[in-house]
Design a protein around this ligand. Sequence first.
Ligand code: DUC
Ligand code: ZN
Ligand code: ZN
Length: 480
Amino acid sequence: MSIVIRGGTVVTAEQTYSADVYCENGKIVAIGENLEVPSSAEVIDATGQYIMPGGIDPHTHMQLPFMGTVASEDFYTGTAAGLAGGNTSIIDFVIPAPQQPLMEAYKQWREWSEKSAADYGFHVAVTWWSEGVKEDMATLVRDHGINSFKHFMAYKNAIMADDEILVNSFEQCVKLGAMATVHAENGELVFQLQKQLLAQGITGPEGHPLSRPPIVEGEAANRAIQIAQVMNVPIYIVHVSCKDSLDAITRARSEGQRVYGECLAGHLVIDESVYRSDDFEFAAAHVMSPPFRSKEHQAALWKGLQGGNLQTTATDHCCFCAPQKAAGKDNFTLIPNGTAGIEDRMAIMWDAGVNTGKLTMNEFVAVTSSNAAKIFNIYPQKGAIAVGSDADIVVWDPAGTRTISAATHHQNIDFNIFEGRKVTGVPTNTLSRGNLVYKEGDLRAVKGAGKYVKRKPFSPVFAAMAKQAEINKPTPVPRG
Ligand code: DUC
Ligand code: ZN
Ligand code: ZN
């Protein structure tokens, strides 16, 4: 199958130029003006439009079993909705239950994800520690294309990683050439604040942000970064939602530490007032962790993106419908945490970022695609418009408009946190490894067409860092 995209402007993280793009057998095979291609090639007319790398959402949770229920969006519906929004890859999470072998959980998630319509990979969570966990981490890196491990510093009595787990796991990460990633919230503080709020009679969703104030996130981000500094491992902080954790990242980066930060489209445009609604369903639908913050924190996140201290945007796509959220009707701590967004992230970032002048088009590509590919070591297979790269492409109409709504979205959830927002800038064509899977409102996603993307460990930087970590180990000073 071959496709040529004609008449558009190629926009990558580095360049903007006019060219046709020709794709054959899943790859980009030629880029240039007035390309001569076989007459059998399907033609996409991109006049007046941009040809960009398909979005990579590095943080999703399809069909996640969580808080007593299972996320409503599965790997097929979720990746299909992503394609409609211009995303061609996701990195989801394998989350073993405490005491569950990592390999067993990994196999389970690989089975679930076989129905994906777009390409996918996994971060694997370290939720407990043993020699077996350590060995499984090595097996996952060596044989299964995993190069990042996730640590939840929140969710006490469930999947929380305490400092002992962080230290052990980070040490193993650097030896393996794998990225350490963290959900930064102090789980003990959240637990205690939740108890205090419930004791005061605060049981509604308004208690959710009160139990997870910015300082709780800032403390955890600082701690994780400093543990990473001692262990000499690169670290990636997921869903940075506030100035407190951004400041920790900025400080560490200014001192040369290899720290990366991700922010969510939702945190950039939605504020904490949603939790004060009298409508339980509406407020509960916004319950996710970390919660939406004040406009001051939003402004700080935009500056973090603009200044390069935050490198990626994601969604934390984790869908729960109203009947699932109702589990917390009388106790906000029981509301399943999660919101959707995979279909809307690219349009939100374009509309709120590029259209307002906060981001250039090239920066848009960097933060929605290329940086994630680079940080998680799949560049330029993904995240690039280049000869030899996978033909994962979105054709973008900067003048097209859409009003976001749960009534029209493809996501398998009954609510949309961006409901009613009119965005200018929409995908018109999405190509997934050279297959035209979305064309002007017609979603042609194919169940099972997505492929698992193996990611190689990092080297030689990590090898040097691992060696340095050994050298850094404290040595006793002789007495006298
Ligand atoms: N936060 C959420 O809101 N949902 C899933 C997991 C998480 O960390
Ligand atoms: Zn999280
Ligand atoms: Zn998450």
